[in-house]
Design a protein around this ligand. Sequence first.
Ligand SMILES: Nc1ncnc2c1ncn2[C@@H]1O[C@H](COP(=O)(O)OP(=O)(O)OP(=O)(O)O)[C@@H](O)[C@H]1O
Ligand SMILES: [Mg+2]
Length: 340
Amino acid sequence: MPVENPRELPRQTPGSTATGTAERPSARLHAQAADSVDATLELLARGDYVADRALATAVFLALRLERPLFVEGEPGTGKTEIAKVLANALGAELIRLQCYEGLDVHDAAYEWNYARQMLEIRLGELRSAALAEPAAGSERREDIARELFSERFLIARPLLRALQAHDVAPVLLIDELDRADEPFEAYLLEVLSDFQITIPEWITVKAPQPPLVVITSNRTREIHDAVKRRCIYHWVGYPDAAREFDILRRKAPGCSEALSRQVVAFVQALREVELYKLPGVSETIEWARALMALDAVALDPDVVENTLGVLLKYQDDIARIQGSEAARLIERVRVEAART
Ligand SMILES: Nc1ncnc2c1ncn2[C@@H]1O[C@H](COP(=O)(O)OP(=O)(O)OP(=O)(O)O)[C@@H](O)[C@H]1O
Ligand SMILES: [Mg+2]
């Protein structure tokens, strides 16, 4: 039966069982870490994350208003990275829930340790037998039942762990929510709006300090409005050339400035072609690294043809670009480079 008063769980260190009393950190550390949009941009940049102003504003508001951040967008455009960089920059633990089809409460939130409960029952029976106690009365049975559904027998999974007390409120990454089934979204509503989880056999666990929640989706299906309404929503698209160049300089610093410019110009032009799957920023970074590994100093038709598999992951797309289309794109990159 749910207990009406939400209870704060005691302070936890990752992986440990709870001991001691809950303390609420006096200051809102996360909001202090970035007290303006500019400060948020800098915070992200310190983690080598190149955000545009709209994304920095969304992150700032999520921190300031203590609301979950919902980032949806193309694959490989830095959605998951946002949570990693924020956790690092805030000095917070990153608690990650990777979503998949069939994900349920047991894997996502909590689970009762049935094996330990059974053992406890058996030990209780043995103790009673050894002491030659009369059969347990209903009061005793209720005591045992209460004891079995206590924190000692609870296994906390990512959602519950994120609501437990930490020195610094953690960053909870709910990654690729579109892979989970719709009923799971309904389960998330309580976590997202009240930062609490009701455990029917025990209590309602409420976070002493809300975690920073980052939800990502690749939009393979629409996420329910009820989830989105509780979040600050941001669409992450492909970056423009200037931002992609900046990202590349940070993520592949060994790549020369000239080659980095060519790589970015080629990928930007490639995204204008009608392809089944356009390359993301992660492919741009991988391509630059691949070109460096091959000691390429500039793009030429041979090196581009031989490395297309780093950029494109469908044979139809590769076939479409190979040959004259690749040559056309390289020529376009050359003309653009000559103009700047
Ligand atoms: N704005 C950015 N600043 C810095 N690095 C970026 C940026 N965008 C993407 N990256 C880099 O691109 C790579 C892919 O990022 P990430 O895994 O976060 O993408 P994603 O959108 O979560 O992709 P997927 O949809 O496939 O999960 C990472 O190495 C990340 O560092
Ligand atoms: Mg991701």
